[in-house]
Design a protein around this ligand. Structure first.
Ligand SMILES: Nc1nc2c(c(=O)[nH]1)N[C@H]1C(S)=C(S)[C@@H](COP(=O)(O)OP(=O)(O)OC[C@H]3O[C@@H](n4cnc5c(=O)[nH]c(N)nc54)[C@H](O)[C@@H]3O)O[C@H]1N2
Ligand SMILES: Nc1nc2c(c(=O)[nH]1)N[C@H]1C(S)=C(S)[C@@H](COP(=O)(O)OP(=O)(O)OC[C@H]3O[C@@H](n4cnc5c(=O)[nH]c(N)nc54)[C@H](O)[C@@H]3O)O[C@H]1N2
Ligand code: SF4
Ligand SMILES: [Mo]
Length: 838
């Protein structure tokens, strides 16, 4: 997805927005488009009682309506229609256009956005740090001083250390067509910055899946396979080439098996996939099939539904999948013809030359003739996974007996220290039975995303190609110049040229709150001789913002002209254009305008703007999208109708490869699905790895750091995070109404609570090798015994010069900073802890 920034001065606000959106009357013409409605029913749409009350009073001036959207990172970009009075938003309607099964309606979080916009906690002025890094002491400064300081520090960093010392931190708070791009565009014009590979969402999966399903690295410029000379399929976790859509499951599946996937929590709005999944459930159960949800907790997706919950110990999905493979091989249920034709490495018949005759095949591994000589029977997997052996056999039989099993994984299972193996092991299920590329089936990946981006984003061309695996940034601050391709996974170069000395952090809380091991981050970032300058842009004072040297107040997207393509719904795609709905408070400005001013200090303003204002860029990007698309309304029309939607067809992952593997090879070296990867074997042989770091050419079960078997007397419980409905990561984390409806609580099984004398609602202390949090206990059989669960994203609240005990219950106080072996990624769902009454 892309991101955006907008901007509005007081003058353009009055002139451009209110006037153009006020009570638009004419109906839009495009499919599903329509004008904002002048007479909404606020009580039906807005949970916002204060606002509803206000709307019932005699209006001081006619309402104006502005379209905008929710741009946080749960991917929805759900629709807002803001009703404003006297230049302030007073209440919100969401999408009420077109077919009501295709409405991009905001969830409760989005519907609380007015509280964020009008919050007394908004940052209002540029500030500079006056206390120690991380202390949170700031002093108001002018925009001129802020811009001068940033320009000076940039020049100093470039002169002293080079552009590779500049890093744009991972940050996902703003998905709009001008999101993080203004900063990236500015820095690119100044010589560039260190890139990042992968992301916090799918780090392990993104790194490893290309070895199985193919990588863009094996393609030439025309998309042809470099060795096979045919158009090939490259891997992205974010499209519908490698994965099937939920709409395909609805159309034709008779069994849905989900590993670590909870759309009711992670895909909540109408422009997300939760509604899609409701349709899947109805269709699949309607044709006599079922939904099986494999998770360490009974998540919100399956809670209250007839789905089967298969509780599993976190980090052990690969053991479960191996045992299912055992059952299928023992019962002669694998599709040998598919495996021989489409895959490499199932058994000796298709092993690559370099590994032939050495008992290195997948079948060897499963049947006990491989490197560990262990048969992966259900009885073997039962104590590891916590799932009884009979249940595993039953699951194996159910999947083998289905005509069109739709096997998919969320990203929870891969966000573990052994995530690279887990994510491939889950894909082995459809591969082994040849249920790939056929109607109603899936590839084992997450349900697909619509591939269509109706509009692009502000262009960025970074002249620097070198990238760090995204989770490695803290190591790169600490000892970047010692990091190489083989000891740290550096991408595009043999080594880093410099430590990171300048961090640009726009719309992100990944400096501390959302990164691993906050106590360690504090130690490294508070040493000003390491990273010498940090600029943070946010809308409220977050934990990361406390580490800023210069802290800038951003205008929010509902306070600017805003545009973005819709999110994850697989039934339609859409674009929303509109705003501003209200004036930005204080001295808040858009990052586009500020970056243009910084560019001016380097004599690069013209290069930065190309003669366009912020709003003109949005129009330009829209018109480019419309021209490429052919069906989108004109700029004038879209401004009036606010939203344009278009249905998307169901998609079957790897369908082309299945139908003709010679014509549509995968972009793996062999052009086939590589169950055994020679490339991974080479990496395992050549990379510098610690003793506990293992890279496997096969999708095997390895417990991983702080995985199965790692609990100790001091830390006797496993602990796992999950994405919570009350926040989007840390975004919305300061809105009390949301916290009240979905509390920050430690999930703990009654058996574990009883031995610790913990009752539901008690405050508990959770300690890990990295730190300590305080949190309320939720004693519930919805979590397996021996594992506790903590919603990620709660705001870190600790005295970092004192005891560092985190009263906010942020899970990253407990995570240990140890990048995974292959991806060097955030296996942060793997933790060990102790819990005691506080
Ligand atoms: N409400 C809300 N929605 C969000 C977000 C948010 O913070 N809040 N974040 C958004 C973003 S950026 C992303 S990347 C996605 C994240 O989407 P995911 O990564 O899929 O979300 P998680 O909650 O981490 O994991 C999904 C499920 O996996 C379970 N799980 C964890 N470990 C294991 C395991 O080892 N095995 C099995 N079988 N299950 C396991 C969790 O209990 C959870 O129910 O969500 C997006 N949507
Ligand atoms: N332990 C653990 N850690 C995790 C995860 C996990 O599962 N477990 N999940 C990881 C994942 S998948 C992700 S994607 C990351 C997400 O981590 P982040 O990308 O840091 O996402 P948020 O926490 O939502 O922070 C977004 C920030 O953007 C700010 N923001 C919102 N709107 C605006 C705006 O208009 N302008 C500006 N300037 N700022 C704005 C918000 O106030 C907030 O501070 O977290 C990761 N961290
Ligand atoms: S689902 Fe996500 S994008 Fe949609 S309204 Fe809710 S928080 Fe916003
Ligand atoms: Mo994410």
């Amino acid at each position: 997805m892309t991101e955006a920034t907008s901007t509005v001065s007081r003058r353009t606000f009055i002139k451009g927005s209110l006037a153009s959106v006020a009570l638009a009357g004419a109906a839009g013409s495009a499919l599903y488009g329509c004008s904002p409605q002048a007479q909404p029913e606020p009580s039906a749409e807005a949970p916002d009682t204060e606002a509803s009350a206000a709307s019932e009073q005699e209006p001081a001036a006619p309402d104006t309506i502005a379209w905008s959207q929710c741009n946080v990172n749960c991917g929805g970009n759900c629709v807002f229609q803001w009703h404003s009075r006297d230049g302030k938003v007073v209440y919100m309607e969401s999408d009420n256009t077109g077919d009501d099964s295709l409405q991009a309606r905001a969830c409760l979080r989005g519907r609380s956005m007015r509280r964020w916009l009008n919050s007394p906690d908004r940052l209002l002025y540029p500030m500079k740090r006056v206390g120690k890094r991380g202390e949170g002491k700031f002093e108001q400064i002018s925009w001129d001083e802020a811009i001068d300081t940033i320009a000076e520090k940039l020049q100093y960093t470039i002169d002293t250390y080079g552009n590779e010392a500049i890093y744009v931190n991972y940050a996902t708070g703003m998905y709009s067509c001008t999101g993080r791009q203004p900063g990236q565009r500015l820095l690119s014009l100044l010589g560039g910055y260190i890139n990042q590979g992968y992301d916090y969402s799918t780090h392990m999966l993104q790194m490893v899946m290309p070895f199985m399903y193919g990588s863009g690295a094996n393609l030439d410029e025309d998309g042809n396979h470099v060795t096979l000379g045919k158009p090939a399929t490259a891997f992205s976790p974010y499209d519908n080439v490698n994965a099937s859509s939920f709409s395909e499951a609805e159309r034709a599946s008779d069994l849905v098996v989900m590993f670590g996937n909870s759309p009711a929590e992670t895909r909540m709005g109408g422009a997300n996939a939760v509604w899609d999944f409701a349709r899947v459930r109805e269709a699949v159960t309607g044709r006599g099939g079922k939904i099986i949800n494999i998770d360490y907790r009974l998540n919100e997706t399956s809670s209250g539904h007839p789905d089967e919950w298969l509780p599993i110990r976190p980090g052990t999905d690969a053991a479960l999948c191996s045992a299912i493979a055992y059952e299928w091989i023992a019962n002669d249920q694998v599709d040998k013809e598919f495996l021989d034709t489409y895959c490499v490495g199932y058994d000796e018949d298709t092993m690559p030359e370099s590994a032939k005759g050495q008992h290195k095949s997948y079948k060897d591994y499963i049947m006990g003739t491989g490197y560990d000589k262990v048969e992966k029977t259900p009885a073997w997997a039962a104590p590891i996974t916590g799932i009884p052996a009979e249940k595993i056999s039953e699951l194996a039989a159910a999947i083998a007996g289905a005509e069109a099993p739709f096997i998919c994984q969320g990203w929870g299972s891969q966000r573990h220290s052994n995530g690279e193996d887990t994510t491939r092991a889950i894909c082995m299920l459809p591969i082994l039975i040849g249920k790939i590329g056929l109607p109603g089936t899936n590839t084992g990946q997450r349900e697909a995303e619509p591939p269509t981006y109706l509009v692009g984003s502000l262009p960025v061309e970074n002249p620097i190609a070198t990238a760090i695996p995204v989770y490695q940034w803290l190591n790169a601050v600490d000892h970047g110049s010692k990091m190489t391709a083989t000891n740290a996974g550096i991408i595009g170069a043999d080594k880093l040229g410099s430590d990171i000395k300048f961090i640009w952090n726009y719309a992100g809380n990944c400096l501390t709150n959302q990164h691993g091991d906050i106590n360690k981050v504090h130690e490294i970032l508070s040493d000003e001789s390491k990273c010498e300058f940090i600029v943070v842009w946010d809308t409220v004072m977050t934990d990361s913002a406390k580490y800023a040297d210069i802290l800038l107040p951003d205008a929010m997207r509902s306070e600017q002209l805003n545009m973005q393509t819709q999110g994850y719904s697989e039934y339609y795609t859409a674009v929303v254009v509109g705003g501003p709905a209200q004036e930005a408070p204080g001295e808040c400005r858009s990052s586009y305008d500020v970056c243009a001013d910084i560019a001016d200090k380097f004599g690069k303003k013209e290069d930065f703007t190309e003669g366009r204002t912020h709003d003109e860029w949005i129009q330009y990007l829209y018109e480019q999208g419309a021209e490429a698309d052919g069906d989108m309304p004109s700029w004038d029309e879209i401004q009036e109708q606010g939203i344009y939607k278009r249905e998307v067809e169901p998609a079957i992952g790897l369908e082309a490869f299945r139908s003709d593997p010679a014509e549509h090879p995968l972009a793996t070296p062999s052009g086939k699905i590589e169950i055994y990867s020679e490339d991974l074997a080479n990496i395992a042989a050549t990379w510098e790895l610690a003793e506990d770091e293992v890279i496997n050419p096969l999708p095997v079960f390895t417990p991983g750091f702080h995985g199965y078997g790692s609990v100790t007397e001091e830390f006797p419980l496993y602990c796992c995070g999950f994405h919570h409905k009350s926040r989007t990561h840390s975004s919305f984390g300061f809105i009390p109404e949301l916290e009240a409806v979905a509390r920050q609580q430690l999930w703990i099984n009654p058996a574990d609570a009883k031995t610790r004398n913990i009752a539901d609602g008690d405050m508990v202390a959770v300690t890990s090798p990295a730190g300590e949090v305080r949190i309320e206990a939720k004693v519930t059989p919805r979590i397996i015994p021996g594992t506790v669960g903590i919603p990620q994203g709660a705001w870190h609240k600790a005295d970092m010069n004192g005891d560092k005990v985190d009263e906010g219950g942020c899970v990253n106080t407990l995570t240990v900073y140890k990048p995974t072996a292959l991806a060097k990624g955030n296996g942060t769902h793997s933790m060990i802890v102790q819990v005691a009454k506080a």
